[in-house]
Design a protein around this ligand. Structure first.
Ligand SMILES: [Zn+2]
Length: 234
């Protein structure tokens, strides 16, 4: 192979490795997050992709009955549809973060589109969030430009340590999620509060509520501190 071709391949490989390097950063930050949860004996409940007109109010009521704060990573396009929930969530004492506007996967779209989606997500929430409110990447995917944009904002990236599986094709049992958090000594749990469509909508909404309640019951028994992600990171 000629030298220009080899140089081209090398450059391309280094470029791609740099572009997708936030994936490695994610692994390191997740390990740190697991350690913080264990050391602080913490349970952090996080809800993505909402607000959901039906599920969010039920969830707020449940969280209120346990007098705990959670973190909501709101999706711009749903905020646009149901703006009244933004203040309602904040006034109930929960933390607000952003999750983009269109829920774009940064690995699958041009970087400027992913960057624009982050900006739009923050802008849609207006004064309800600040420039450095936490951001949860849709699908957990970041690339170098989006990672840098969040660094410049000083916005913490909202990784999670336990996926509840509430969007999996096969729903797990709530107990399995509790077991995972128990064996890790705490955790940041990923759940979703948007309203699902189709024949499984009710089952999935119930799963989110049941799992939340099961985790909060376990927190009482295990003496976990239930707090927002921002508090855990501080
Ligand atoms: Zn999402």
């Amino acid at each position: 192979m000629s030298t220009p071709i080899i140089s081209g391949i090398l450059l391309g490989t280094v470029g791609a490795a740099a572009y997708f390097s936030p994936h490695l950063i994610r692994k390191l930050e997740e390990a740190k997050l697991r350690k913080s949860c264990r050391e602080q004996r913490s349970l952090v409940l996080t809800y993505d992709d909402g607000p959901g007109e039906k599920l969010t109010p039920r969830l707020l009521e449940l969280l209120d009955s346990y007098q705990v704060s959670a973190t909501f990573f709101l999706l711009g396009m749903r905020v646009q549809k149901y703006p009244r929930f933004v203040n309602r969530i904040a006034e109930a004492g929960h933390e607000l973060g952003t999750h983009g506007y269109y829920h774009l996967n940064a690995w699958k779209v041009w970087p400027w589109l992913a960057l624009n989606d982050i900006q739009l997500g923050y802008r849609t929430l207006g004064d309800a969030v600040s420039a450095d409110s936490p951001f949860r990447p849709p699908y957990g995917k970041l690339v170098l430009p989006t990672w840098w944009a969040l660094r410049l904002r000083r916005a913490p990236i909202g990784w999670w340590t336990v996926d509840s599986g509430d969007t999996n094709a096969q729903l797990p049992q709530s107990d399995e999620v509790v077991k995972k958090v128990k064996s890790a000594g705490g955790g940041v749990v990923l759940l979703h509060d948007f309203d699902r469509q189709g024949n499984q909508a009710g089952v999935r909404a119930d799963f989110v509520l049941e799992t939340t309640a099961a985790l909060l019951e376990a927190a009482l028994v295990e003496n976990w501190k239930v707090q927002s992600l921002g508090r855990l990171l501080r």
